[in-house]
Design a protein around this ligand. Structure first.
Ligand SMILES: Cc1ncc(C[n+]2csc(CCOP(=O)(O)OP(=O)(O)O)c2C)c(N)n1
Ligand SMILES: [Mg+2]
Length: 340
């Protein structure tokens, strides 16, 4: 039988005008812009040879992590896959520390020994950074198990992709999470592709929010390009989990503008498809339009914010490049057996 062909991407979620105010929206604008500018800079540094190995950019998906963070309380945790820089910045890990890790420097979050996919901060409640597709999902359920056991009222958010949602271990995690009503929110970042394979070519059930039905886990489809829609859905799911009612699944309909990683020729989709999504539903442009139409800031004030963000990112890049590489003796630390 012939494989299903790639159909044109048609969005299922519709834009809505949701409640917000000046401070809140300007805050999201700033937060999403920081991720965007940071990622653009990381892409440049990669091209210049300062970053080696794998590097997966989050450009286009900024509203997902920003909206989820807005609904979190102190003590709540995040865990994700390898497309992870945005999650770290959303949790207030420093741009300097993240960029230094990307460039393999001693001042990075993993002392320059982890790189893009392997950064952690228990202080900021970020639990990685995982290169194995789907591996973070059972670990995220495990974090929730610990929270329940310790009765600390914290909720864990486990992010994964549309491709990861076809992984077997995801369903083992779903089963246990519902069986014990663990305080976990499963966030599927459906950016329409797993490397070069579209959801329609790879998934028998393309409505990923329905994947919990046989475990009695409620799922919702969310406009992942709208930070306010994400905020509201995340708030419901986090409240549900914190109240002891167990997990929920949120399918965030989103899109990545860049290739899967830095070495992706992107032959599986047309340039038009990317441009159309960017023009019609870019998460940052959407917020900008709302700010301008409400009169909460003018073009000049928004440009000023962009300038400030660019300065923060430049400072992070300079810090990274000027930092030393790890000392060779570090080869023997943070391994299973410490050398004397
Ligand atoms: C278990 C496993 N299988 C395959 C890979 C190779 N691989 C890396 S990313 C990826 C695609 C995953 O796509 P998705 O879950 O949609 O996340 P996205 O990259 O779109 O954020 C694959 C197949 C891997 N890292 N781990
Ligand atoms: Mg994907």
């Amino acid at each position: 039988m012939a494989a299903k062909t790639t159909k044109k991407t048609t969005r299922k979620t519709k834009p809505a005008v949701l409640k917000t105010d000046q401070d809140e929206l300007l805050g999201y604008y700033r937060d999403m812009l920081l991720i965007r500018r940071f990622e653009e800079r990381a892409g440049q540094l990669y091209g210049m040879g300062h970053i080696a190995g794998f590097c997966h950019l989050y450009i286009g998906q900024e509203a997902v992590v920003t909206g989820c963070k807005a609904a979190m309380q102190d003590g709540d945790q995040m865990i994700t896959g390898y497309r992870d820089h945005g999650h770290m910045l959303a949790l207030d890990m420093t741009p300097k520390g993240v960029m230094a890790e990307l460039t393999g420097r001693a001042t990075g979050y993993s002392k320059g020994k982890g790189g893009s996919m392997h950064m952690f901060s228990t202080e900021k409640k970020f639990y990685g950074g995982h290169g194995i597709v789907g591996a973070q999902v059972p670990i995220g359920a495990g974090l929730a198990f610990a929270n329940q056991y310790l009765d600390n009222k914290a909720v864990s958010l486990a992010f994964f992709g549309d491709g990861a949602s076809n992984q077997g271990q995801v369903y083992e995690a779903f089963n246990m999470a519902k069986l014990w009503d663990l305080p976990v929110v499963f966030v599927i970042e459906n950016n329409q592709y797993a490397m070069g394979t579209s959801v329609k070519r790879a998934s028998a059930e393309t409505e990923l929010f329905k994947r919990g039905i046989s475990f009695e886990i409620e799922g919702r489809l969310v406009n992942g390009m709208d930070v306010l829609a994400v905020r509201d859905a995340a708030q419901d799911a986090i409240d549900h989990a914190r109240a002891g009612k167990g997990p929920m699944i949120l399918e965030m309909e989103t899109y990545r503008y860049r290739g899967h990683s830095m070495s992706d020729p992107a032959k599986y989709r047309s340039r038009d498809e990317v441009t159309k999504t960017r023009d019609e539903s870019d998460p940052i442009e959407g917020v900008k339009k709302r700010i301008l139409s409400e009169g909460w800031a003018d073009e000049d004030a928004l440009k000023e914010i962009d300038k400030e963000i660019k300065a923060i990112v430049k400072e992070a890049a300079d810090f990274a490049i000027e930092s030393p590489e790890p000392d060779p003796s570090e080869l023997w630390t943070d391994v299973l057996i410490e050398a004397d």
